[in-house]
Design a protein around this ligand. Structure first.
Ligand SMILES: Cc1cc2nc3c(=O)[nH]c(=O)nc-3n(C[C@H](O)[C@H](O)[C@H](O)COP(=O)(O)O)c2cc1C
Length: 728
C-alpha cells in the first residue's frame, strides 16, 4: 500500500512543522509528517552536516543557522516540501535530501505575497506547463515518491483538469486544500471539489482544509468521508493541539507542552521556534499567568522555567556539554597552550626552530576594537596612506625587517618592492630588475612640434637626463573622430597596449568646483601626458590625453580605422542586443574581443564576442547565481591567451581567468557564498583581482545582493559601467 493511502498526515506549516512537532505528531499517531515549506534557493545555500551529538542530519547555512533538521526516527515518514518555480532547482534540492526523507512535495497552494511574487506556491496554479515540467523532472529523476499540494481553482472542472494534468506526470499522490487561492480559513471548505478530484484521479488524493471542524481524531475520519478522499492532511487543528492525532483523544495542553519541550530540548530546537509553537498551542490561553510569562521569556531558560522543565533541560544540556568538551579534546590533541593561545607548532627537527604556528583561535568580529583591530595594529607590515590609497610594505624574514619606504599605488607592488630589497641585500638574482636609485637628474623643458599624419601639435616636453618624462599641451582635442566612425583615441591606445602586452596607463582627471574638467593626465612607463584644455566630460578628457600619447609615440590610428569597418559587422549582433536591452555591455572597438559584465539591476549579463561566443544567465532577484555558459574563446591576436569563465553550481560562481601566455596565471577571482560574492585576489582579502604582470584588471564586486563582478581596466575610468578591452 502507498504511503499516502489511508493516512492521517501532519500538513506542511511554516514554523510549526519543525522537528519536535513532527516527532510529536508521529508519536501521537500521525502516519506521515510534512516539513514546513523550504524555499529552493535557501536550501541550496545549505550544506548537509551529520550532527553526531544530536543524532540528526542538519542542513546548515553558512552562518551556522540550521535550515532543516531531521533524524532517523522520522526518516521513513517525513515528506519534504519545496517552494519552487523552477524544475532544475527543485530537483537539485530534492537530490540534496533524497537520502534523508521519505518523499518530496511541491507547494502549489501558498497564497502569500512572498510566494506568489516569486512565481511559487499558488502562482503555479496558473502555470500548468511549468507544473508539468517541475513534476516530471522530479518523478523522472528521484528514487522517492513525489507529490504536490494544490488549492481549488475557480471551477470544479478547472480543478479536476489541473489535478489530472499533475497526475499525468507520475506523482504518487496529490493533496488538495478545499479553498481557492483567494479564500481564507473563514470560507467554507469545498468538500465537493475534493470529492470530484478524488473520484477522477487514480492516485491517492489527500483532503485538506477541514481543521475548523476537527477537534479530535474521529473528526479527521469524518472529514475524509465527506471528501471521499484517500487520506487527510491536518494543519491548524494540529497547530492548536498536536495530540489531535491520538486515537484515544487529545491530551491536556499542559501535558502536551511538556512533551513538546522535552523534544525541543533533546533536538536543540531554536528557543524562539519553541516559544512560537507553544504560543500557537496555547491560543487564547496565552492570557493566563503562565502564558504571560511565556510571552515575556527572552531565553530558552526562561521558557523552561515557566513550565518547570529546567531539570530536564540541565540534564540534557550537561550531556551535550560533555560531548562537546570531548570533541574539543580530540580536536585539540597536538596543540600546546602558548601565552593563552592554543597553538600547534611544527618545528625543524634538526635545529628545533619553529617553522609554523597553527592556532584554532577564532576572531570575534563583534568585539569592539575602536579602530585598533589586530590588522591595524600590525600596520608596520603593510602601511596605507588613506589619502592617496598608496601602500608601503615591510617584509619580515628570519626576524629581519625589509622595508620598502616608497609609496606604491598597488599593495602588491609594495610587497614586491620589499621582496626585491630582501633579494638584493641577500645577493639573490632578480632577473631583469634594476634598482632605481633616486638621482639628481638634470631636467630641461622645451617646446616641440609633434607631427603624425595630418595632425600637427605644439607640445611642451620635459626631459630628465635626456629622456622625455612629460608631454604637455593646452590643445583642444575634438571628441569627434575624423569620419565619425573610427575608434576613439582611447580605444586605439588600449588596442595598442594590449597588442604590445604593455600595462595599462593611469589617469588623473582633475575637475574644478563646477565639475568641469580642467586637467587630464595620463601616466605610462614613467612618462606623463598632460592636457590642460578643459572638457565637459571625463570621456572627452581621457580621449584627449590618449590622443596626445598616440601623437607622442607616433602610433597611427589609420589602420584602426580600417579594422573598425571590418569589425562592425561582427559586433552588430551585440550592438543590437545592447540597444534592445539598454543594458550596459562591453563592446570591443575592434569588434572581436572583449569581455564584460554589466550590473544593471539584478540581471548580470556576461557577454563575449569574437564569433558571438557568449552567454550569460542570471537567475532572478537578489540571488547570487551567475552562470557563465560559454567556456573558452581565443583572444585573436595573442598567441594563446584564453579567457575561461567557469561557474560551479548555484551560489558559488567562480570565474577563473588564465592567460596562458604569461608565466603565471594572472589571477583568480573567487566569489564567496551567499549574497555577497566578492572577487578575492590570491594574495589579499581585498575584493581586488590583480594581474601578476601588473595592473591589468581590477575586479569590483557590487554591493549587497547583486552578484555582479565587473572587471574593469584599471586605468580607464573607474566610473565607466563598461569594460572595454580591445585587441587588433
Ligand atoms: C501556520 C501555518 C503555516 C502554513 N504553512 C504552509 C506551508 O509551509 N506549506 C503549505 O503548503 N501550506 C501551509 N499552510 C497551509 C496548510 O498546510 C493548510 O493547507 C491550511 O491550513 C488548511 O488546512 P487546515 O484546515 O487543516 O488548517 C500553513 C497553514 C498554517 C496555519
Amino acid at each position: 500500500m502507498s504511503l499516502y493511502e489511508n493516512s492521517v498526515i501532519l500538513a506542511p506549516m511554516v514554523r510549526i512543522g519543525t522537528l519536535p512537532s513532527r516527532l510529536l505528531s508521529l508519536r501521537y499517531g500521525a502516519d506521515l509528517v510534512y516539513t514546513e515549506e523550504m524555499i529552493d534557493f535557501k536550501m541550496l545555500k545549505t550544506r548537509r552536516v551529520v550532527n553526531e551529538m544530536l543524532n540528526t542530519v542538519d542542513f546548515v547555512m553558512d552562518d551556522g543557522t540550521v535550515a532543516f533538521r531531521t533524524c532517523d526516527a522520522e526518516k521513513d515518514r517525513v515528506i519534504f516540501q519545496i517552494g519552487t518555480c523552477h524544475a532544475k532547482r527543485a530537483l537539485k534540492v530534492a537530490k540534496m535530501v533524497e537520502k534523508d526523507v521519505a518523499g518530496i512535495d511541491i507547494n502549489m497552494g501558498c497564497p502569500k505575497t512572498f510566494s506568489i511574487s516569486g512565481g511559487m506556491g499558488a502562482a503555479l496554479l496558473k502555470q500548468p506547463d511549468l507544473v508539468k515540467e517541475i513534476l516530471t523532472e522530479l518523478t523522472s529523476n528521484l528514487s522517492i515518491p513525489v507529490t504536490c499540494k494544490v488549492r481549488c481553482l475557480s471551477t470544479v472542472e478547472e480543478t479536476v483538469q489541473f489535478c489530472k494534468m499533475a497526475e499525468s506526470t507520475g506523482i504518487h499522490a496529490l493533496a488538495i486544500h478545499g479553498r481557492t487561492r483567494d479564500e481564507r480559513p473563514r470560507h467554507k471548505c469545498k468538500h465537493s471539489y475534493i470529492q470530484d478530484v478524488a473520484r477522477e484521479l487514480q492516485i491517492p488524493v489527500i483532503a485538506n482544509g477541514g481543521s475548523s471542524d476537527i477537534k479530535k481524531f474521529s473528526d479527521i475520519e469524518k472529514f475524509r468521508l465527506a471528501c471521499g478522499a484517500s487520506s487527510v492532511m491536518v494543519a491548524r487543528a494540529a497547530e492548536w493541539n498536536l495530540s489531535v492525532f491520538r486515537k484515544e483523544g487529545p491530551l491536556d495542553k499542559l501535558e502536551l507542552i511538556e512533551e513538546y519541550i522535552k523534544l525541543a530540548v533533546d533536538y536543540d530546537n531554536h528557543w524562539t521556534n519553541t516559544k512560537y509553537c507553544i504560543q500557537q498551542t496555547l491560543g487564547s490561553e496565552v492570557q493566563t499567568e503562565q502564558g504571560t510569562q511565556l510571552l515575556a521569556s527572552k531565553s530558552p531558560e526562561d521558557i523552561y522555567t515557566v513550565y518547570g522543565m529546567m531539570d530536564y533541560y540541565n540534564s540534557v544540556h550537561e550531556r551535550h556539554q560533555l560531548y562537546l568538551a570531548k570533541q574539543q579534546e580530540v580536536e585539540e590533541r597536538g596543540y600546546d597552550t602558548i601565552k593563552g593561545l592554543k597553538v600547534k607548532v611544527i618545528s625543524d627537527e634538526a635545529t628545533g626552530r619553529a617553522l609554523s604556528y597553527e592556532s584554532n583561535y577564532v576572531y570575534n568580529r563583534k568585539v569592539s576594537h575602536e579602530n585598533q583591530t589586530p590588522k591595524i595594529l600590525l600596520r608596520e607590515c603593510q602601511e596605507t596612506d588613506p589619502e592617496s590609497r598608496r601602500f608601503r610594505c615591510t617584509m619580515i624574514y628570519s626576524n629581519v625587517k625589509y622595508i620598502s619606504n616608497q609609496w606604491h599605488k598597488r599593495k602588491m607592488w609594495a610587497e614586491q618592492a620589499a621582496c626585491v630589497i630582501y633579494m638584493k641585500l641577500n645577493d639573490l638574482q632578480v632577473p631583469g630588475l634594476e634598482l632605481s636609485e633616486p638621482t639628481s637628474a638634470s631636467v630641461t623643458t622645451s617646446s616641440t612640434r609633434l607631427t603624425l599624419g595630418d595632425t600637427e601639435l605644439q607640445v611642451s616636453v620635459t626631459y630628465r637626463d635626456g629622456d622625455a618624462v612629460s608631454y604637455s599641451t593646452g590643445h583642444c582635442f575634438s571628441s569627434e573622430t575624423a569620419d565619425g566612425q573610427s575608434p576613439s583615441a582611447m580605444e586605439t591606445l588600449c588596442r595598442h597596449l594590449l597588442k604590445q602586452r604593455l600595462e595599462e596607463p593611469e589617469y588623473d582627471i582633475i575637475s574644478d568646483s563646477t565639475g568641469r574638467i580642467t586637467n587630464s593626465l595620463l601616466r605610462h612607463s614613467g612618462i606623463e601626458y598632460i592636457n590642460t584644455h578643459s572638457y565637459e566630460t571625463r570621456k572627452e578628457a581621457v580621449n584627449a590625453v590618449c590622443h596626445l600619447y598616440l601623437l607622442a609615440n607616433k602610433i597611427s590610428s589609420k589602420s584602426t580605422h580600417q579594422q573598425r569597418v571590418i569589425a562592425l559587422s561582427s559586433v552588430q549582433q551585440l550592438l543590437d542586443f545592447q540597444l534592445k536591452t539598454a543594458i550596459p555591455v562591453a563592446v570591443s572597438s575592434s569588434g572581436s574581443v572583449f569581455q564584460s559584465v554589466s550590473s544593471s539591476q539584478c540581471l548580470p549579463v556576461a557577454v563575449s564576442s569574437s564569433g558571438s561566443v557568449f552567454q550569460s544567465v542570471s537567475s532572478s532577484q537578489c540571488l547570487p547565481v551567475s552562470v557563465f555558459q560559454c567556456s573558452v574563446f581565443q583572444w585573436q591576436c595573442l598567441p594563446v591567451s584564453v579567457f575561461q569563465s567557469v561557474s560551479s553550481s548555484q551560489c558559488l560562481p567562480v570565474s577563473v581567468f588564465q592567460w596562458q601566455c604569461l608565466p603565471v596565471s594572472v589571477f583568480q577571482s573567487v566569489s564567496s557564498s551567499q549574497c555577497l560574492p566578492v572577487a578575492v585576489s590570491s594574495s589579499q582579502c581585498l575584493p581586488v583581482a590583480v594581474s601578476s604582470s601588473g595592473s591589468v584588471f581590477q575586479s569590483v564586486s557590487s554591493s549587497q545582493c547583486l552578484p555582479v563582478s565587473v572587471f574593469q581596466s584599471v586605468s580607464s575610468s573607474q566610473c565607466l559601467p563598461v569594460t572595454v578591452v580591445t585587441v587588433v
